[in-house]
Design a protein around this ligand. Structure first.
Ligand SMILES: Cc1ncc(COP(=O)(O)O)c(C=O)c1O
Length: 353
């Protein structure tokens, strides 16, 4: 039997100093919702191949629900409560098995609202478990509609909205409170921290809420920062060609209302395997676990790095790799779904661009 070691802590008499410097940023939020935002920013000095590029990442995984989606989820619900389209008896209905589902489950639970989340069999079991743990009801669509699970999920959302009196569909793909949450939050925090002194902002896109909100704020502030939209290969956003996509959170198969007629300074497309390589590289070089879209954003920067020497580049990393342990960080999944062996992936993640 091994004996557990006991470490004695010095007893500090009340009122006596510890001799340690006082801690900064130890404010107590009033509640979980109030702790959304003000996420940390860190410098990534080991990720790129070329020197003299100041790469700074905003870690949205530090939101209490684990992603950037906490912000629009909060704003869509709280603005609805303010303008009366949501009241204490309203049922919130949304189709999402990812970060938005989790963000909505969190904000709805906090405000005591009933939330029904519509998912399909492709939903990651872990995400559905989190949504359930936060008290949401989950409705599973089992059959695709005309071969399409998204169409089937939206059909069930409509059926539920029609059948439940006093129900509300946040619809992140057309709700302007989605980009506004980032305009008033994410990008303001980045801009304030950097004093407006950054040349590029790289943002992953799906609804385009994050990228739109950031671009609009920077334009209103008269900043000259170039906003680069990072999209998935196989996404139809920005006139892309539809194709298979395996990384959740990035890209779109149908054009969201929010994405119509939206233009950014540049669009970079990243393949699924490049996203995975980016995640593996960030873990290996920076000891940072990022989600699939974050890996894609970092690889988009690396792809453009020869143009970025001498520049300050900010990136938004939407969530953590913890949500992708069974996919992006699982060699067997990568081999099966993306046809890339562990050896080839290692080479890709470690070689120069
Ligand atoms: C992990 C992740 N990255 C990026 C995005 C893209 O954000 P947006 O919908 O604001 O374009 C999402 C959106 O769902 C996401 O979940």
């Amino acid at each position: 039997m091994s004996t557990a070691q006991i470490y004695e802590l010095p007893v500090i008499a009340q009122g006596m100093g510890t001799g340690l410097p006082s801690l900064q940023n130890t404010e107590i939020s009033a509640n979980v919702v109030d702790s959304i935002g003000n996420t940390p920013m860190i410098r990534l000095s080991r990720y790129l191949d070329l020197p003299n590029i100041d790469l700074i990442a905003k870690l949205e995984a530090s939101n209490p629900g684990g992603s950037a989606k906490d912000r629009p989820a909060r704003r869509m619900i709280e603005e609805g409560l303010k303008d009366g389209s949501i009241n204490a008896k309203t049922t919130i209905i949304e189709s999402s098995s990812g970060n938005m589902g989790i963000g909505l489950a969190q904000i709805c639970r906090y405000h005591g609202l009933r939330f029904i989340c519509v998912v399909d069999p492709n939903a990651q079991a872990q995400n559905v478990a989190i949504i359930r743990a936060l008290g949401a009801e989950v409705r599973l669509v089992t059959e695709p509609l005309n071969g399409d699970f998204l169409a089937a999920r939206l059909a069930l959302v409509k059926e539920l909205l029609d059948g439940i009196e006093d129900s509300f569909w946040p619809n992140q793909y057309s709700n302007l409170n989605n980009p506004l949450a980032h305009e008033f939050g994410t990008i303001r925090e980045i801009d304030d921290t950097l004093g407006g002194a950054f040349d590029y902002l790289f943002v992953a896109t799906s609804s385009t809420g994050t990228a739109r909100g950031c671009r609009d704020y920077l334009a209103k502030r008269g900043r000259h920062t170039a906003v680069v939209a990072v999209d998935a290969a196989g996404s139809i956003l920005f006139n892309g060609n539809a194709g298979p996509r395996k990384i959740s959170g990035m890209g779109a198969g149908t054009l969201p209302d929010l994405a119509r007629d939206q233009h950014f300074d540049d669009v970079v497309r990243v393949s699924d395997i490049r996203c995975v390589a980016g995640c593996r590289r960030a873990a290996a070089r920076e000891a940072l676990l990022v989600g699939g879209s974050g890996g894609g954003v970092l690889e988009a920067v690396r792809q453009m790095q020869s143009e970025l020497v001498g520049k300050t580049v900010a990136v938004i990393l939407h969530d953590s790799g913890v949500r992708y342990l069974e996919t992006v960080f699982n060699d067997a999944w990568v081999e099966k779904e993306l046809g890339c062996s562990a050896g080839d992936l290692h080479t890709m993640a470690n070689s120069r661009f």
